[in-house]
Design a protein around this ligand. Structure first.
Ligand code: PLP
Length: 384
């Protein structure tokens, strides 16, 4: 049986045509028309005034945190259940992360817990955090209300890690839905090969504030001042996206609407195929917006069921994956400050992602669901 990958890109648009234009015109570095075209189209899609293309999502996060003024001595709250790049970016600035537990509905940061903690800390005389990094994992919008509340009270800057959630929607304080990443101050996206759209590699910072966009651009180009002389006013980074990557990114962005439609169809099909599989839980999050359905993920009844299901899927040539280990259990962050209980730990032990490429066929989805049904029924029998 053919292998079913977890996620593979689909390059069926104008990617090759745009790349050929780069070669024909000699524009292959970060100077070139596709970079600014991609930025402009991207900003329009996420309803932001400015977008700054970066070499990766991690670079975008690092630069965005620096733009927010984060540095040594700062403590930046972030979810403990995320891809490690979210937290590494905080470390690069020499700030410390505060690892916050998840809530069970979206698997994102428990922002009510964080708000209550910060308010009581401030009442006890501590300064509020300069910035909060809120991650929207797996395509699902986090509960933004409580941190928008913190921004109103304390001027806290909201940096959104929307690397996995381009195309999802967040519900704003007025109840209106807007693109994920359009409610914070600086929002970061990734165009790695497995993300909603790819540029081969790349990232983006989106913002409505002109001075933030200018600072982001400056930092990502070695902090060099305008003019021919090599004059630099601080330690900058070589974080700009190349025209080659932007060419692919733009061609992918043109297909984003159809990708999102396919992702939604795939999620609905899994929902119905798995509705009779014993013990499979899928989070419901409609109150905070709408998922981009980047990667369809479920909870198994126990860690043992999950291990068995992943092994059975692998035996059937289907790639499935456990979701990440919580960051507080990863070696570089064993000593990091933490708040909350064991929700993230439980989600991490039982969560599993299923094949979610836009190219996934109905027959392949039937195969995935069939193996999972057999595996969980059998292991339910044996585990009691
Ligand atoms: C992929 C990802 C990143 C990093 O993006 P890269 O482009 O791979 O550097 C950051 N945060 C999250 C949540 C991600 O999934």
């Amino acid at each position: 049986m053919t292998r079913i990958p977890l996620i593979e890109p689909y390059l069926g648009g104008r990617e090759a045509e745009y790349l050929a234009q780069c070669v024909a015109t000699n524009y292959v570095s970060s100077v070139g028309p596709f970079v600014s075209l991609f930025e402009r189209e991207f900003a329009a899609f996420v309803h932001r005034k400015y977008a700054v293309a970066c070499a990766s999502g991690t670079a975008a996060l690092h630069a965005a945190l620096l733009v927010a003024g984060v540095g040594k001595g700062d403590v930046v709250p972030v979810s403990t259940l995320t891809f490690i790049a979210s937290v590494n970016a905080i470390g690069y600035t020499k700030a410390e992360p505060l690892l916050v537990d998840s809530e069970p509905r979206s698997w994102n940061m428990d922002t009510e817990l964080l708000r209550d903690r910060i308010i009581s800390n401030v009442e006890a005389g501590e300064p509020p955090p300069r910035a909060i990094e809120i991650v929207h994992v797996l395509g699902r919008p986090a509960n933004l209300g409580p941190i928008l509340d913190l921004r109103r009270r304390f001027g806290t800057i909201i940096v959104e890690d929307a690397a996995e959630s381009l195309g999802g929607m967040s519900r704003g304080p007025n109840g209106v839905m807007s693109p994920i990443g359009s409610l914070g101050d600086l929002s970061c996206y990734s165009f790695n090969g497995n993300k909603v759209i790819t540029a081969g590699a790349g990232g983006m910072i989106a913002t409505d504030r002109g001075e933030f966009a200018a600072m982001a651009r400056h930092l990502t180009m070695q902090a060099r001042l305008p003019g021919l002389a090599y004059v630099h006013d601080r330690v900058g980074f070589n974080y700009r996206m190349s025209n080659l990557n932007a060419a692919v990114g733009l061609a992918q962005l043109e297909q984003l609407g159809s990708f999102l439609q396919r992702k939604a169809e795939i999620a609905r099909a899994y929902d119905s195929l798995l509705s009779d599989v014993p013990g499979v839980e899928r989070p419901s999050i409609s109150e905070w917006g709408q998922s981009s359905e980047w990667m369809y993920s479920v909870l198994c009844p126990s860690p043992e069921h999950r291990e068995r299901a992943i092994a059975d899927l692998h035996d059937a040539n289907i790639e499935a994956r456990p979701i990440w280990l919580p960051i507080h259990t990863q070696r570089p962050y064993l000593g990091a400050a933490r708040i909350g209980g064991e929700c993230a730990t439980d989600l991490a032990a039982r969560g599993m992602s299923l094949p979610s490429s836009v190219t996934l066929t109905p027959e392949q989805q039937d195969r995935v669901a069939g193996v999972l049904r057999l595996s969980l029924s059998a292991s339910l029998g044996s585990c009691g």
